[in-house]
Design a protein around this ligand. Structure first.
Ligand code: GTQ
Ligand code: FE2
Length: 354
């Protein structure tokens, strides 16, 4: 055989081999190592901003056009990250959405294995029953509906409400562990309580009530009030006048751990005029501006935000924040508890606070 003939034979053998490998339902690692074993995380999730004026306008239009019925269950518009190929996911691990509840409406009772948190943006007088515990909702409040808890949303009043929904759905779906069921016995759509029985029992810092076993595997507190978050941040900011930002993490009062096994909820207060340190964190997050205005830089791209705007931060992106004129409060949802449980958590400071 000439050299040319042997090369041709080898090429033909290789082609047959790759064809047989594919036909056998196999793929060689050696052709794709660089895409799979990236030096640092390289998912599809992009830094992106959804402005409040768009979210709120479309949420209101959904209220005019779309009834809440069984099957649809919820009037929810999900943030679809432009890097995730049309999936209704804000990041590769987090579901984020705006939910609209109109006057005298009830979103029917259901439960599911994915866990959820709600952070209220606009409206009043709405309440969510969490395993029967009626939790009032007002702007800045956080309401938990952990995986497996029955929940229904009630709006007995004449106004509308919009809140932010955060779920671990992409993670639970990746694990093929999504379960969902409905129930037909919602509570009557009566006025919201001033506070939930769960709050009366478990909402006093550092005090565990006698004779009340906490529910197993989830926080007995289903609503966290804005007044408490605000006071905690004000006290923290007063103690740390030099810091560009202070933050608190919402926790289960019985364990001190994150509110859900999969989701971390935080509130950050940015001091005007100072930039936070530029950092990279493994795991993704969604930031919901609550009050004030500012800018966030994600891998060199600057996003300017105000109240109600939502921003996705991809894993390992270099990110920093700055409030503009006055202080700014930002609610942050992340998958950090999962990375920590799996010992995948990493955090570096790229550039210290300026
Ligand atoms: O309010 O129960 O954004 O079940 C997605 C799924 C909200 C809810 C969402 C849900 C809900
Ligand atoms: Fe739900």
């Amino acid at each position: 055989m000439t050299t040319l003939e042997s090369e041709t034979a080898e090429t033909a053998a290789l082609e047959r081999f790759y064809g047989d490998v594919a036909a056998a339902g196999l793929q060689p690692l050696w052709t794709q190592t660089r895409d799979l074993m990236t030096p640092t995380p390289r998912g599809g999730t992009r830094g992106h901003l959804w402005p409040w004026h768009t979210l709120s306008a479309l949420a209101h239009r959904s209220g005019d056009l779309i009834p809440i019925e069984r099957g649809g269950e919820r009037r929810v518009l999900a943030l679809a990250n432009p890097g995730l190929g049309g999936l209704p996911y804000a990041t590769s691990t987090l579901w984020a959405a705006v939910q609209f509840l109109g006057p005298h409406e009830t979103a029917p009772a259901h439960r599911h294995s994915p866990g959820a948190v709600r952070f209220v943006l606009q409206g009043e007088g709405v309440w969510t029953a969490v395993d029967g515990d009626p939790c009032p909702m007002a702007p800045g409040d956080l309401v938990l509906t952990p995986g497996g808890t029955w929940h229904e949303h009630h709006n007995p009043g004449d106004g509308t409400m919009i809140w932010f929904d955060g779920l671990d759905l992409p993670m639970v779906a990746a694990l093929d562990a999504v379960f969902f069921e409905t129930r037909e016995d919602e509570a009557p759509n009566t006025a919201a309580p001033d506070r939930s029985p769960g709050e009366a029992l478990h909402g006093h810092p550092g005090l565990r009530p006698d004779g009340v076993p906490a529910p197993v595997g989830r926080s007995p507190l289903s609503v966290y009030r804005r007044a408490h978050t605000d006071a905690a941040l004000a006290d923290l900011a007063a103690l740390r006048p030099g810091d560009a930002s202070v933050g608190v993490t919402f926790t289960d009062p019985t364990t001190g751990r994150d509110v859900l096994p999969t989701l971390r909820c935080r509130m950050e207060r940015l001091r005007p005029g100072a930039r936070t340190a530029t950092t990279r964190t493994a795991g993704s997050s969604v930031r919901v501006a609550f009050s004030g205005r500012g800018t966030t830089t994600i891998d060199g791209e600057t996003f300017t935000w105000g109240p109600g705007d939502m921003i996705t931060v991809p894993s390992w992106a270099a990110v920093d924040h700055r409030a503009d004129d006055g202080p700014a409060d930002v609610f942050v949802l992340s998958d950090a508890p999962v990375l920590e449980a799996l010992r995948l958590d990493r955090h570096v400071v790229v550039d210290p606070q300026a």
